[in-house]
Design a protein. Sequence first.
Length: 225
Amino acid sequence: MINKLKNPVWHSLNETHKKFALNFEGVQFYDPKICPFGAFIDTNKTANALNEYAKLSDSFFLVSEDKTPLFDNRFISLDKKIEGCQMVLDNLVDIDFTENIIPLSEEHINDIYKLIWLVMPGYYQKRTFDMGKYFGIFKDNQLVSITGQRMQTNDFIEISAVVTHPDYTRRGFAKQLTAHVTKDILNDNKHPILHTTKGNSAIPLYEKLGYQLTRDMNWWYYHKK
C-alpha cells in the first residue's frame, strides 16, 4: 500500500476508479465531470497530456508527491502550486458522538455542492459524489456539515470534503463526521487517508483522531489559456 500512497490519484484510476479514467499516453485524469485531477509517472509526457485534457476542462490539477510536471505555456498557464500533505490513520481514537449523522443520497447532491463551494470553492463537481460515500449533519432542516470519500484503491480510501457551514463551526461536527467516515472505511477493510494543505488548522484535529503526517502531496493547478 505504501507505494500506492506515493501516487494516490494514479493508483485510484488504475483500480477502484478505473471507470472514471481518461488516459493520454501514460498520463491519467479523472473524467472532468467527476473530478479535475490527473496524475503521472513520466514528467516528459505531461505537457501534451495537459493540452489534450484542456480540450475537456478549463481548469484542472496534476497531483504529485515530489515531481514537477512540464506544461506548454502557449496553451496552458500555471495558476499556482498548492503545497499539501498526506495523512494516514495510525490508530483511531474513540470519541463521543452527540450528533445524528446520516448517509447522503442522490437527492442531496445540490445541497452538497452548494455547501462545498461556499466553504471550499474551486474543485468539487456535482458528480464528485460518485467517487464514494458522503455523510452529513442537518440543523434547522439544512445540511450544515459533511464529510465524504474521494480517491480509492483496493487498499485505501481518502476522506475528503470535510466542510461545515460558517454559521455552525466550533460544535465538533467535523470531528464527529471524520471519525464516522473513518470507521466506515475501516468496516470496508480499507485504510483511511486524507490530504490537506500544509499548516491547515484542521491538522491537529486529524492528529487527535489518530492520523499522522506522512509525506508532501502537491497540487499543480492549471488553466487553459
